[in-house]
Design a binder for this molecule. Structure first.
Ligand SMILES: NC(=O)C1=CN([C@@H]2O[C@H](COP(=O)(O)OP(=O)(O)OC[C@H]3O[C@@H](n4cnc5c(N)ncnc54)[C@H](OP(=O)(O)O)[C@@H]3O)[C@@H](O)[C@H]2O)[C@@H](O)CC1
Ligand SMILES: Nc1ncnc2c1ncn2[C@@H]1O[C@H](COP(=O)(O)OP(=O)(O)O)[C@@H](O)[C@H]1O
Ligand SMILES: [K+]
Length: 506
C-alpha cells in the first residue's frame, strides 16, 4: 500500500453540485435545521464580511434569480439596509416564482424599510442602474445551474461584466459550472466570491480561477461527516506544512537521492534537478550517468557524488546498464529520480523497462523517463513499487495514449490513472493536480502559469525527489514541492518586479 499522509481540513474540501445539495439536504432532513436558517447564516456572514471591508456603503445593486441563491443576496440586502445603505433589486425572472425561503426573505426585507430605500425591478427589461452605487451583488444562480444561461440571465451577466463596479458573487459566480469550472455560455466575473458551506470544485478548474476572484469561505452548520465522500481538496500553505531543515549526523542518514539521468546534449535538466534537490538540505545526492558524460557532471556539480556506468564511449543508457544501476541503488536506502535528459534511444527504453521491473526504490519519474514509459505496452510496475509520475499535459496524453482535455477532464483522467495503477501523479498545468491511489486529488489555488518556462519542471522534479528522500510520503512530497515554488514566487513578487526565472525557484 502506498502511504498517503495529506489530510485537508474541511474548509479545503471541494464540493461538486451533487455533494453540496446532498449535504444541504441531509442537514435540513436529519438535523432538523430549515433552509431559511441556513440562508440567514450564509447571507449574514457574507454581509458581515462586506461591511468589515467597506464602511461607507451607500447603494448596491442586487441581481437576483428565483432560487435560493437569490435568497442569500436578499439577506445581504437586509443587513446593508440596516447600515443605512440603499438597495436596488433586479429579479431577472420576476418574483412570482421565487423559492419558498427567497419569497420569505423578500417579504421580510420590504418590512424592514421605512424610508423607501428599496427599489425593485420585477424583470430585467426596464432596469436602469442608479447613478452612484458601490457593488453589484450577484444572486442570480448558484449550485442550481443546470444548462447554458437562458433568457435574460445571459444579458444580465453581460451587463454586469461591462460595468466599472466590482461584482461580489453569492456562493458561485453565476454561469460558472460548480463541478467543471466551465462557463455555461457566459459567467459573472467576480472580484470576490462568498462560498457557503464548502468551496466549489469549479473555482479551481478551467475558467474558474479567472472569474471567481478572492474566495471568502463562509462556514455553515453542516456536520463534517456529511462531507466524507469528498475526494477533491484545495492545496494551501494554510494547512500543508513545508519541511524545515534539520541537519543529520551523517551524510547517509539525512536523505539520499539517486538521480538516474543524462544523455549526450541533455545534461542540463539533471543539473537543474540536482541543484534544486540539494537546496533542500539532503545528506547526499548521487548522480548515476552513462560513463561518457561523467566529466560534464564533474564540472557542473561539485557537491554531488557521481557513479558512472558502462564504458567511456557510452553517452546514453542501455539495457545492459540496468543491473549495474540496480546494484548502486541497493547500496543505500534512497529515493530515485529517473528521467531528466535520458533521451529517447530504443535501448534507453529497454533500460528504463528493465530498471523499473527490478527496483523497489521509491521512484520519481519525469521527462524522458515518462516518454520511455509511454512507449511500453504495459507499465513494468510491481504492486509494492511506490512511483510518483510528474507529467506535463503532453506527457500525460502520451501516457494514456488518448486526448486528455483541460482542467476538469484532466482531473478525471488523473484520478482514474492513479487508482488503476496504484500510483501518485503530479499532473503539471493550470491547476497543478496531485492524484493518489485512493482517488483523492489535490488542486493548486494559485497561478501556475508563472512556472511555464523551460527548466521549472526540472526544479519541481528535484523538489519532489528531495522531499521523498527526506522521508515524506508521495502525496506530501508533491504538495510540499508545489507550495515551495509558490512561496518563492510570492516573496519574489512582493520584493521585486523581476520576471520569475526557473532558477529563482531552486
Ligand atoms: N446548498 C446549501 O447548503 C445552501 C444553499 N444556499 C444557496 O442556495 C443555492 C442553491 O439554490 P437552488 O438550489 O435554489 O438553486 P439556484 O442556484 O438558486 O437556482 C435555481 C434556479 O435557477 C434556474 N436555472 C437553472 N439553470 C438556469 C439557467 N441556465 N438559466 C436560467 N435559469 C436557470 C432554475 O430554474 P428552472 O430550471 O427550475 O426553471 C431554478 O429556478 C446555493 O448556491 C446557495 O447560494 C444557501 O442559501 C444556504 C445553504
Ligand atoms: N511550484 C510549482 N507550482 C505549480 N506548478 C509548477 C511549479 N513548478 C513547476 N510547475 C509546473 O511545471 C510546468 C513546467 O514543467 P515542464 O513543462 O515539464 O518544464 P521543463 O521540463 O521545461 O522544466 C509549469 O508549466 C507548471 O505547470
Ligand atoms: K451567484
Amino acid at each position: 500500500m502506498v502511504k498517503e499522509t495529506l489530510d485537508a481540513p474541511y474548509s479545503h474540501y471541494l464540493l461538486d453540485a451533487e455533494l453540496s445539495q446532498k449535504v444541504d439536504h441531509r442537514t435540513t432532513e436529519e438535523m432538523d435545521i430549515d433552509g431559511f436558517t441556513l440562508m440567514e447564516i450564509a447571507g449574514s456572514s457574507a454581509a458581515k464580511k462586506i461591511l468589515q471591508h467597506n464602511k461607507q456603503l451607500q447603494h448596491n445593486v442586487f441581481l437576483c434569480g428565483k432560487g435560493n441563491n437569490a435568497g442569500d443576496a436578499l439577506v445581504v440586502a437586509r443587513y446593508l439596509l440596516q447600515h443605512d445603505a440603499r438597495v436596488t433589486l433586479v429579479f431577472i425572472s420576476g418574483t412570482d416564482d421565487l423559492s419558498k425561503d427567497t419569497q420569505k426573505n423578500l417579504k421580510l426585507l420590504r418590512a424592514f424599510d421605512k424610508k423607501d430605500r428599496i427599489t425593485i425591478y420585477e424583470k430585467w427589461s426596464g432596469f436602469s442602474a442608479p447613478n452612484n452605487y458601490n457593488f453589484i451583488i450577484d444572486g442570480m444562480l448558484g449550485t442550481g445551474l443546470t444548462s447554458d444561461l437562458r433568457g435574460d440571465y445571459a444579458k444580465a451577466v453581460g451587463w454586469a461584466n461591462q460595468q466599472q463596479h466590482p461584482v461580489l458573487a453569492m456562493d458561485i459566480p453565476t454561469g460558472l459550472h460548480p463541478d467543471s469550472g466551465e462557463k455555461m455560455g457566459k459567467a459573472i466575473e467576480a472580484v470576490r466570491t462568498f462560498s457557503f458551506g464548502g468551496r466549489k470544485q469549479g473555482f479551481y478548474l478551467n475558467d474558474g480561477p479567472a472569474v471567481t476572484g478572492t474566495i471568502d469561505y463562509c462556514d455553515l452548520p453542516f456536520p463534517n461527516a456529511y462531507k466524507e465522500d469528498c475526494k477533491t481538496f484545495a492545496l494551501d500553505t494554510d494547512w500543508v506544512s513545508l519541511p524545515s531543515y534539520t541537519p543529520g549526523k551523517h551524510k547517509y542518514d539525512s536523505g539520499v537521492l539517486h538521480i538516474v539521468a543524462g544523455s549526450e546534449g541533455l545534461t542540463g535538466a539533471a543539473i537543474m534537478a540536482a541543484r534544486s534537490a540539494w537546496a533542500e538540505g539532503l545528506g547526499a545526492i548521487i548522480i548515476i550517468c552513462p560513463r561518457g558524460l561523467l566529466s560534464v557532471f564533474e564540472h557542473n556539480l561539485p557537491s554531488v557524488i557521481k557513479k558512472p556506468v558502462g564504458k567511456k564511449e557510452d553517452y546514453y543508457f542501455k539495457e545492459s546498464h540496468a543491473e549495474q544501476v540496480q546494484d548502486i541503488l541497493q547500496e543505500k536506502e534512497s529515493s530515485m529520480l529517473l528521467g531528466p535528459g535520458l533521451g529517447r534511444n530504443t535501448d534507453t527504453i529497454s533500460f528504463v523497462e528493465q530498471l523499473l521491473t527490478t527496483t523497489t526504490t521509491d521512484t520519481i519519474i519525469d521527462a524522458d523517463g515518462l516518454w520511455c514509459l509511454s512507449q511500453l505496452e504495459e507499465w513494468p510496475k510491481t504492486d509494492q513499487a511506490n512511483w510518483i509520475l510528474t507529467p506535463h499535459p503532453g506527457e500525460l496524453q502520451k501516457l494514456i495514449k488518448d486526448e486528455i482535455g483541460e482542467g476538469h477532464q484532466r482531473l478525471n483522467t488523473v484520478r482514474k490513472l492513479c487508482q488503476e495503477n496504484n500510483t501518485t501523479i503530479l499532473s503539471k498545468g493550470m491547476p497543478g493536480i496531485i492524484g493518489t491511489p485512493s482517488r483523492k486529488c489535490y488542486l493548486t489555488n494559485y497561478n501556475t502559469n508563472y512556472f511555464a518556462r523551460a527548466g521549472s519542471g526540472d526544479v519541481l522534479a528535484g523538489k519532489v525527489s528531495a522531499f521523498s528522500a527526506l522521508g515524506l510520503a508521495a502525496d506530501e512530497s508533491c504538495a510540499a514541492a508545489l507550495l515551495n515554488g509558490q512561496q518563492k514566487l510570492s516573496s519574489l513578487q512582493k520584493d521585486t518586479n523581476k520576471i520569475p526565472e526557473p532558477t529563482d525557484f531552486i
